[in-house]
Design a protein around this ligand. Structure first.
Ligand code: 10G
Ligand code: SF4
Length: 329
């Protein structure tokens, strides 16, 4: 009977929202629809989203993932990943006579446009983001002469600008909100006239997933974040959980990667997933936990999400043409 108390104390806090954001949903469906519409192979420049399972599943269906445009045979179809590409990549594709489908998330495109606009007005742009990340490479490519990367608060000291009265900060969409605000505060101390972006660059999905994991963090002994190691937003969820007071937090691609030892002395497990993670992977984690006595699942709801994006325009055009030719037949 003593055991019952311990068993009853075991519970799971399940974050909501978690998993797919609108940009990922659209990008993954775009690859699937392109495969149906044009047939395999469809080349995709960079992982369509940073998730191992998604990439492997699409590979099985006939997608070929490449890192550079010159790996795509001339005349083929190439899709650009949700993280966005620099304008030079569009040019390279045109030179190779590739048909392109751009699956860049509209919220990333929004940041690209902000960069173009501020560069045109001759601002120095301080882009807060992680060095080497695909999205940062794409955004920087819009105005390389005007953009300086600021990779976290510790980078602020070394930032230099031409004219401190014409400086704006922009950011990657998947950063930690709190860390970014710390970076911005330090930048503002250094450049009091620093202009802020017209609207949040850290997207709604990143923000909501962080709010939810924060809410569960204080109560959780362990937080399991489902996501891949190269997924910026997923990694941030681990950091935010720890920052909110979770005793322990780990990022796993699959339930089988969970270490039994993590459960020692644990009664409350928080579960969430990054914006590139299909729900089936979370279900497998919940199943794994329930087999170990964590059957009681409580939802921690931070926000309601209803946003969706229409498919990339090149694909919509061809799908429409197909539909009308079917009607004509
Ligand atoms: O979190 P990052 O940017 O690494 O990407 P992801 O593929 O794991 O999640 C979806 C986010 C994007 C496509 C970047 S806007
Ligand atoms: Fe778009 Fe945000 Fe998802 Fe990135 S994380 S694809 S910006 S909705």
């Amino acid at each position: 009977m003593g055991d019952m108390t311990a068993t009853n104390a075991r519970r799971v806090l399940l974050a909501a929202p978690r998993g797919y954001c609108a940009g990922v949903d659209r990008a993954v469906i775009a690859v699937e629809k392109a495969l149906e519409q044009y047939g395999a192979p469809i080349y995709v420049r960079h992982e369509i989203v940073h998730n191992k399972y998604v990439v492997q599943t699409l590979e099985k269906k006939g997608a070929i993932f490449v890192e550079t445009t010159d790996e795509v045979p001339e005349g083929s179809i190439v899709m650009f990943s949700a993280h966005g590409v620099a304008p030079v990549v569009h040019e390279e594709a045109a030179e190779r006579k590739l048909a392109t489908i751009d699956a860049t998330c509209p919220l990333v495109t929004k940041v690209h446009k902000e960069a173009v606009r501020y560069a045109k007005d001759d601002f120095d742009i301080l882009l807060i983001g992680h060095e080497g990340h695909e999205e940062v490479i794409g955004t920087t490519g819009e105005a390389p002469e005007h953009i300086t990367l600021v990779d976290g608060p510790q980078d602020v000291d070394k930032v230099e600008v031409r004219d401190p009265s014409r400086v704006v900060w922009l950011s990657q969409t998947t950063l930690s909100v709190d860390e970014t605000m710390e970076t911005v505060d330090r930048l503002k101390t250094k450049f009091p006239l620093l202009v802020s972006p017209p609207s949040d660059d850290i997207c709604y999905a990143t923000q909501n997933r962080q709010i939810a994991v924060k809410q569960m963090g204080a109560e959780a002994d362990l937080v399991i974040v489902v996501g891949s190691q190269n997924s910026s937003n997923s990694k941030r969820l681990v950091e935010v959980a720890l920052g909110a007071g979770a005793r322990d937090a780990h990022l796993v691609d699959y339930a089988k990667e969970i270490d039994e030892a993590w459960l020692e002395g644990v009664s409350t497990v928080g579960v969430t997933s990054g914006a590139s993670v299909p729900e089936v992977l979370v279900e497998e984690v919940l199943e794994w936990l329930s087999q170990r006595g964590f059957e009681d699942v409580e939802i921690v709801k931070a926000a309601e999400e209803s946003i969706t994006f229409s498919l990339p325009k090149e694909l919509r055009r061809d799908l429409r043409a197909e539909a009308s030719s079917l009607v004509e037949d």
